[in-house]
Design a protein around this ligand. Structure first.
Ligand code: PMV
Length: 329
């Protein structure tokens, strides 16, 4: 027998049957730097709390763990492949925190649209782990929470920079680079951000693979594009710190131009971006993995934000949110 085996602490028992564990998480928006962040350039992302997910967990009367969400209702063991990340996350949480496994009923309620570059898969996993921790009454460090979520994200998206995990579990915007410690900061800019859903599913894995393949064929072009996007992101961070919304908008637009050159945009996204520019946006770009998903635009005030948002809807967006970037003091 392993000599260390006897020293393992006892497993944490399940709580009384009536206990309900709850966990929440929000979605995220990448302001600048998607794709480049995969190649270790910086990106800026922010929590987007207008859409959220809540998970509730309690002991089941059935002999197996079941999941109840918008896309699947049934035993966890038979969960469809595209939701496998939930199974992985649950098993990892139970193993790594040494929780005594019992059959659970897990209910997931989410207003985060799936596959829109809003980090819905990471957010669901973050909320699930938080609900499990609440149920078993255990504390989890941010580090451990992110480690488990990243493992699950690798299943959902194959490759991930980790930015979704970080921002869906954080309450502040973050400037992030894979090889460095993330830096969170307070965003206080006299401007409004419009987030418009194209209504078309984004295809992050496909887009990440596309760039990967393009890099094999045109290494110099892709490396230059990534380095340039990385520079824009650093300049955008300075613009935010200086309160320079015009400069931020300009950089967002340039960022979109480079994403377009990399083949990450499509006609629908470009139409919405163009509509935002024509309606007077300070800048506009796709956000997230691309090839569908969402577009963001920067407006100088709420009035312009409403006009731009309407123009984006007319250009094909299925939904739009208006976000004040200067939090009410
Ligand atoms: O589509 P989303 O929100 O998961 O964003 C993907 C962002 C990428 O930079 C394209 C990939 C990543 O893992 O960072």
């Amino acid at each position: 027998m392993d000599p260390h085996y006897n020293h393992l602490p006892p497993k944490i028992p399940a709580p009384p049957t009536k206990k309900i564990g709850t966990g929440q998480a929000h979605s995220k928006i990448i302001l600048m730097g998607e794709h480049a962040v995969v190649y270790d350039y910086p990106a800026i992302a922010m929590p987007f709390t207008a859409v959220q997910v809540e998970v509730k967990v309690h002991a089941s009367h059935k002999p197996y763990t079941s999941i109840d969400c918008q896309y699947y209702r049934g035993p966890l063991e038979q969960i469809p492949e595209h939701l496998e990340n939930l199974k992985t996350a649950l098993h990892l949480a139970i193993e790594s925190m040494r929780l005594k496994e019992i059959p659970l009923d897990i209910k997931i309620e989410s207003t985060i649209p799936q596959e829109r570059g809003m980090g819905s898969s990471a957010a669901v996993v973050v909320a699930l782990i938080r609900a499990i921790c609440d149920f078993y009454h255990v504390q989890i460090s941010d580090y451990q929470l992110r480690l488990i979520t990243n493992e699950a994200e690798v299943i959902a998206h194959q490759s991930t920079s980790g930015i979704d995990t970080l921002v869906t579990s954080s309450s502040n915007p973050i400037i992030y680079r894979k090889s460095q410690k993330p830096h969170s900061f307070k965003l206080d800019l006299d401007a409004f951000l419009i987030v418009a859903d194209s209504g078309q599913a984004g295809r992050t894995s496909l887009a990440v693979n596309h760039v990967h393949e393009l890099k094999k064929v045109k290494p110099h072009f892709v490396e230059q594009a990534m380095a340039t996007i990385g520079r824009f992101v650093n300049q955008a961070y300075q613009a935010i710190r200086l309160g320079d919304r015009t400069e931020l908008g300009r950089l967002m637009t340039y960022n979109h131009y480079y994403l377009n050159q990399l083949g990450i945009s499509n006609q629908e996204l470009d139409r919405i971006v163009n509509a935002a520019w024509l309606a007077g946006a300070l800048g506009a770009k796709l956000t997230g993995g691309g090839l569908g998903g969402c577009v963001i635009a920067l407006a100088e005030d709420q009035h312009h934000g409403e006009i731009i948002s309407e123009a984006m809807m007319k250009a094909g967006a299925s939904k739009a949110w208006l976000l004040n970037l200067s939090p009410v003091k």
